[in-house]
Design a protein around this ligand. Structure first.
Ligand code: NAD
Ligand code: G6P
Ligand code: MN
Ligand code: MN
Length: 434
């Protein structure tokens, strides 16, 4: 029978995942789901694990849920390993999001200095998990959600012998649904060609019933219909309509940090005064969620989970796992080795593109050259991710400084060094390699 191991099982997103597996049980009869956490997450694991068990019982399915702090026991003979852990928990995210603000720099979980440090903390852990997988479940697929998912996938591709890795984000599914909503059609009538990197992806071409309707979508997006394409965790400040039309592609919300940097920074500084950083907002949402999860009469995923940015998280994960398992050969947007799908990115690197999902893994579909308007930025972020991954693996200070300084959200070398030093000190317990 199928065995799934989920690392970071104490996450408040776990009911999403369980719901997805329940829905697909007929196609994908899972026997065991092992939820793994660490000592710090033990209480969360027990609460959310008990809810998971109630959900399975209510669905009357023969799936066994195992809660454990023993990662190796969970990995043993697993078929799929999903990762949704956060090294340093939300307290570390608070630091990633607030320290850069002192230097008039965007404070964000997966972009700029915060994204760099989330990567530096996460990559050594994920590489250790890969090593253990090669030992304990050499045929299993690693389905990584842990952010920064693009940089993490890049690190696995370059520094691990594990080849069966896919990085995932809920963003592309959200964009696709948003476009369908704008067009007032069902999702299965549209085809969206995505190209780019994780959290730097663009809906490059959009087809409705086989006809290219990209320009029409851009008209709608900049017209009175408003923008229905957004993520819960990113403020929607509106785009300059002429800019967006000329860009001619739907950018994922994270592009706001690059194309509206000063507006987004000003917005963050106000938000921090009023409600704290996004991490602090999420801490409050999480407390509310875990109070609900404790209710022994609750056996479904509560709607309050929709306050989190990871909408459709389980759709992405469960669709992927299901299509690999059943050799479905449908098309999904995932982070995988480029292999020439994007002409202007190294074939070895991780990119976020449409792929045919087969039993042997994702087969990336050719999307050609990046449009000249975004080519430089996308290549620059890939250079940043590669340099950051190298810093995470080597623990080399100068490489980390290089990564920090070449990030387009970082204003200059002097502030880069100050932010690096402050963040290194703040996260010292989670950065043993430095
Ligand atoms: P969280 O803070 O609730 O962390 C999840 C769990 O990970 C916690 O219970 C924590 O104790 C545990 N953990 C920490 N270190 C661990 C380790 N070494 N081994 C096992 N467990 C460990 O986080 P969250 O808000 O639920 O998000 C989880 C992760 O998923 C984050 O990295 C987040 O960025 C990512 N995420 C990604 C997407 C995406 O689009 N790829 C969407 C949503 C969330
Ligand atoms: C989006 C991104 C995820 C990110 C999440 C943050 O959905 O795709 O990668 O983790 O937002 O949401 P949060 O509720 O934690 O701010
Ligand atoms: Mn994401
Ligand atoms: Mn700069």
């Amino acid at each position: 029978g199928l065995k799934i191991a989920t690392i970071g099982g104490g996450s408040s997103y776990t009911p999403e995942l369980i719901e997805g597996f329940i829905k697909r049980f007929k196609e994908m009869p899972i026997k065991e789901i092992w939820l793994v956490d660490i000592e710090e997450g033990k209480e969360k694991l027990e609460i959310v694990g008990a809810l998971a068990k109630r959900m399975i019982a209510k669905a009357n399915l023969p799936i066994k849920i195992v809660l454990t702090l023993d990662r190796q026991a969970a990995l043993k003979d697993a078929d799929f390993v999903t990762t949704q852990f956060r090294v340093g928990q939300l307290a570390a995210r608070v630091k990633d999001e607030s320290i850069p603000l002192k230097y008039n720099t965007i404070g964000q979980e997966t972009n700029g200095p915060g994204g760099l440090f989330k990567g530096l903390r996460t990559i050594p852990v994920i590489l250790k998990i890969c090593e253990e997988m090669l030992e304990l479940c050499p045929n299993a697929w690693l389905v990584n959600f842990t952010n920064p998912a693009g940089m993490v996938t890049e690190a696995v591709l370059r520094y691990s012998n594990l080849k069966k890795v896919v990085g995932l984000c809920n963003g592309p599914i959200g964009i696709e649904k948003g476009i369908a909503e704008l067009l007032k059609v069902s999702v299965n009538r549209i085809y969206v060609e995505f190209s780019g990197l994780n959290h730097m992806v663009f809906a490059k071409r959009i087809y409705l019933d086989g006809e290219d309707c990209t320009e029409y979508v851009m008209e709608l997006m900049t017209g009175s219909a408003g923008n229905t394409i957004s993520l819960k965790n990113i403020e929607d400040l509106g785009w300059e309509p002429e800019f967006l039309k000329k860009l001619g592609m739907v950018p994922i919300g994270y592009l706001r940090y690059y194309f509206q940097t000063s507006k987004m920074l000003a917005e963050q500084l106000v938000a921090v005064e009023n409600e704290g950083t996004r991490a602090q907002v999420v801490q409050r949402v999480e407390r509310e969620l875990f109070e609900l999860y404790k209710d022994e009469t609750l056996a479904i995923k509560p709607p309050q989970l929709e306050q989190r940015g990871g909408a459709y998280y389980s759709e992405a994960a469960c669709n992927l796992i299901c299509s690999i398992y059943t050799d479905k050969r449908d098309i999904q947007t995932v982070n995988t080795q480029n292999k020439g799908a994007i002409a202007d990115i190294d074939p070895m690197s991780a990119v976020e593109v449409n792929c045919v999902i087969t039993k042997q893994g994702p087969i990336p579909l050719v999307t050609g050259e990046l449009p000249v308007s975004i080519k430089g930025l996308v290549q620059q972020i890939k250079s940043f991710e590669r340099t950051a991954a190298e810093a995470a693996v080597t623990g080399d200070y100068a490489t980390a400084l290089l990564a920090m300084t070449i990030n387009p959200l970082v204003p200059n070398d002097t502030d880069a060094k100050k932010m690096l030093d402050e963040l290194l000190a703040a996260h010292v317990e989670y950065l043993p390699q430095f």
